[in-house]
Design a protein around this ligand. Structure first.
Ligand code: SF4
Length: 101
C-alpha cells in the first residue's frame, strides 16, 4: 500500500509472489521475509512495487496455481518451469543434470 499510495519502494510477498518467484527461480526460499530479501537484492528499489503487483496479477491471470497457462505466458521462453506442469516450484537447483551411469 505504501508503494502504490505514497511511492515508497516495497516488495509485498503474498501467495502468488511466493509461488512465482520460486517458479521463475528468483529465489529458493519459502519464507516471505527471505523471499523479499532475495528479490530485493537483485531488483532495484524503483521496481519493487511494480514487480510485486505484476507478479500478483500474473499469478491470478496466467500462471494460475495448479494450471499454469504456459502457452499464453510471455515469460515462457525464459521461465525454468515452463511447460513442466508444476503447481509449486521444485526444490533444489534448476536443470540438474543426472549423473552418467
Ligand atoms: S511459463 Fe508457465 S510456469 Fe512459467 S511463469 Fe509462465 S505460466 Fe508460470
Amino acid at each position: 500500500m505504501l508503494g502504490v499510495a505514497f511511492g515508497e519502494p516495497g516488495f509485498a510477498v503474498d501467495t502468488h509472489v511466493t509461488r512465482l518467484t520460486g517458479l521463475l527461480r528468483l529465489t529458493y526460499a519459502t519464507d516471505p521475509v527471505k523471499i523479499e530479501e532475495d528479490v530485493c537484492s537483485i531488483v532495484p528499489p524503483s521496481e519493487w512495487t511494480g514487480l510485486s503487483l505484476r507478479l500478483i496479477l500474473h499469478g491470478r491471470r496466467i500462471c494460475v496455481a495448479n494450471r499454469p497457462r504456459c502457452h499464453e505466458c510471455v515469460l515462457a521462453d525464459i521461465c525454468p518451469s515452463a511447460y513442466l506442469g508444476l503447481a509449486k516450484p521444485r526444490t533444489g537447483p534448476p536443470h540438474r543434470v543426472p549423473k552418467a551411469r
